[in-house]
Ligand binder design. Structure first.
Ligand SMILES: [Zn+2]
Ligand SMILES: [Zn+2]
Length: 112
């Protein structure tokens, strides 16, 4: 347990599929991706796209500052804050091996 305060990176890009979604008038497809990792994190930005089920993991979009976007299925981190009573322990929903800052470490709200 550290005393660090984590804020979301919130780096936001137009999604590479946005034009296709608009062409097909898909209204429930996000038009942008927004990073859910901590500010000043190492490596690629990441946005959770979809839950695929417990045994499969989650679908994530990753991108870098050169606008190169990739996709990967990743298992959830799942770490809980053991300083809290068990009933308040909420597993981290970020991907396993993410940079420091579990989802429950953040002091600001997730973008959506
Ligand atoms: Zn980021
Ligand atoms: Zn975590």
């Amino acid at each position: 347990m550290t005393d660090a305060l984590y804020f979301h990176c919130n780096d936001s890009r137009r999604a590479p599929w946005a034009g296709t979604a608009e062409h097909h008038m898909l209204t429930d497809v996000p038009r942008s991706v927004t990073c859910e990792l901590a500010q000043n994190h190492d490596g690629d930005h990441a946005d959770h796209l979809d839950y695929l089920g417990l045994e499969h993991g989650d679908l994530w979009a990753y991108w870098n500052d050169a606008d190169h976007v990739t996709y990967a299925v990743a298992l959830p981190c799942g770490v809980v804050d053991r300083t809290l009573p068990a009933i308040h322990q909420d597993p981290c929903h970020l991907y396993a091996g993410h940079p420091p800052g579990h989802s429950w470490d953040f002091v600001d709200m997730l973008h959506d």
